[in-house]
Design a protein around this ligand. Structure first.
Ligand SMILES: [Zn+2]
Length: 373
């Protein structure tokens, strides 16, 4: 039965498309059975189509007419490239145009379309271009299919009325500046499949209260959560390998960060300058607690990274075991710890000079050689 209905819908869809083409899309008036979402006052906030009708109120929904399309280079699909002559305030992008699938939204396609209140993208859309919906200042809702696997830089930036956003499941990489400056954005649903959060992607999202970082996340880009002033708590998964410069800088209300991994895992993270959340929050919990006064570098760690302790107010001394060579202690390894005064280095007599030459540390360095014990 379901299959029959689906076949019928496809058939009607094709018929409509054919008549639409013959009448000419400019007229925007095809039959009386379908209604343009923006012309109907049903009391429903957004008409979100499901099999041709609104899933909320049941109103029949017609795709927006007059949108502009361009054929892909290989001629197999269409790209929606602009608003064209369409006057809808709720845009429903069709799944097909001239009997070919609509599979992409072009660069800047709807940028600065300041009167649009919602966009519904059809199943079949696989990519969204750079700045495609940038500065759609009145837009409150985007319905985006889960199969979207690529989104360009700044695609939704400065959508100032957006309060909620669902990242599509197929999107593994959140592009740079994706939702930058969406300052009313309160909720972001991030699927577990996201691996990379791009630079400035949530920069200046001043209403964002909670962000659940997915468990397979490997990278948080520079300034990704810059000036997210409502953000209070963060859970950083063990999978994270890099946190870029200023990632949480100026997010002044973060009051607790829980890191899921061990101290050894933490010491493997590549931090950019001010990328360490300790620079914005006093309570970064690693293995359930803030860093102790004396940090003993775990034996599995053979090289240190820059900024691992940056911002820590508790660390007073750090002990390096003899598996760490001087060349594996970078110049900013102990940067930014106001209470750090003593460094204990376990090594052999003949290697002391190499530490003296290369390790940058303004406090006291104590060498512990084998003979000392
Ligand atoms: Zn509705």
């Amino acid at each position: 039965m379901k299959r029959y209905v689906y076949v019928m819908i496809c058939f009607v869809g094709i018929l409509l498309c054919l008549t639409g083409c013959s009448i000419g899309l400019e007229t925007g008036n095809i039959g009386g059975d379908f209604v343009n979402p923006h012309r109907v006052d049903t009391g429903c906030e957004y008409h979100l189509p499901e099999d041709g009708v609104c899933a909320e109120c049941g109103a029949a929904i017609q795709d927006s007419q007059g949108l502009e399309f361009a054929l892909s280079e290989d001629g197999t699909y269409y790209i929606c490239v602009g608003i064209g002559t369409c006057t809808d305030t709720q845009i429903v992008i069709p799944a097909q145009y001239e009997q070919k699938p609509v599979a992409a939204i072009g660069n800047s396609a709807f940028a600065e379309c300041t009167r649009i209140k919602s966009f519904v993208l059809p199943d079949g859309i696989l990519s969204i271009g750079e700045e495609a919906f940038k500065s759609c200042r009145k837009c409150e809702h985007f319905q985006i299919p889960d199969m979207v696997e690529a989104v360009g830089k700044g695609a939704f930036k400065h959508c100032k009325q957006l309060k909620e956003f669902r990242i599509p499941i197929a999107l593994q990489e959140i592009p740079d500046e994706m939702l930058e400056g969406c300052y009313r954005l309160k909720t972001v649903v991030m699927p577990e499949t996201v691996r990379v959060i791009g630079s400035h992607s949530f920069d200046n999202c001043q209403s964002l209260e909670v962000i659940e970082l997915p468990s397979q996340l490997t990278e948080i880009g520079s300034y990704a959560f810059y000036q997210c002033t409502k953000l209070q708590k963060l859970l950083i998964p063990t999978s994270v390998q890099a946190i870029g410069q200023g990632a949480f800088d100026e997010s002044t209300n973060i009051n607790e960060v829980v890191y899921r991994g061990s101290l050894a895992d933490w010491l493997k993270i590549d931090f950019g300058s001010k990328g360490n959340p300790m620079t914005v929050c006093d309570r970064v919990l690693i293995e359930g607690a803030v860093l102790p006064e004396t940090v003993v570098i775990p034996t599995g760690i053979t090289e240190l990274k820059n900024y691992s302790f940056d911002g820590s107010k508790t660390v007073k001394s750090i002990m390096l075991h003899n598996g760490i060579e001087a060349k594996n202690v970078p110049s900013l390894a102990f940067y930014g710890c106001p209470s750090l005064t003593d460094l204990y280095i376990e090594t052999t007599q003949d290697k002391i000079n190499s530490f003296k030459k290369t390790v940058y540390f303004s406090g006291n360095i104590h060498y512990i050689t084998e003979g000392d014990s």
